[in-house]
Design a protein around this ligand. Sequence first.
Ligand SMILES: [Zn+2]
Length: 143
Amino acid sequence: MTGASHLRPEFVEFIPDRLELGVLYISRRYATASHLCCCGCEREVVTPLNPAKWRITEREGKVSLAPSVGNWSFPCRSHYWISANRVQWATAMAPEIIQAVQARDRRDAELHVPKPQGWVRRFAGQLAEASSVLLSKFKAWWR
Ligand SMILES: [Zn+2]
């Protein structure tokens, strides 16, 4: 199984039934783009193009897709960016994710230090707020 390290943009009216690995099909008319998962698993990735989903930017004939493509529902769980036709794998970011999770775990551990009831309740409230902020940042990054 070979993946794609580059995607060639192809502007089409309709997304074809059979996609070719390494091609990013873009239909402006139907505001959608499709490609085969860059890991080579041959699953079709559909990225609707609208402000709530993805956007395509074109520069000197090269396209970028934002935000990143995270194929969580596929067995491969591929995560990559398409930037100027290049496929950039997200694995390089993994240490940052681990750090974020570890920081949250440390805060959780602090919660378990025995303290008077009222203090714990206050602290737990602050913690819940802090971790939801962290979690939403995390989710925003993770899209
Ligand atoms: Zn895949």
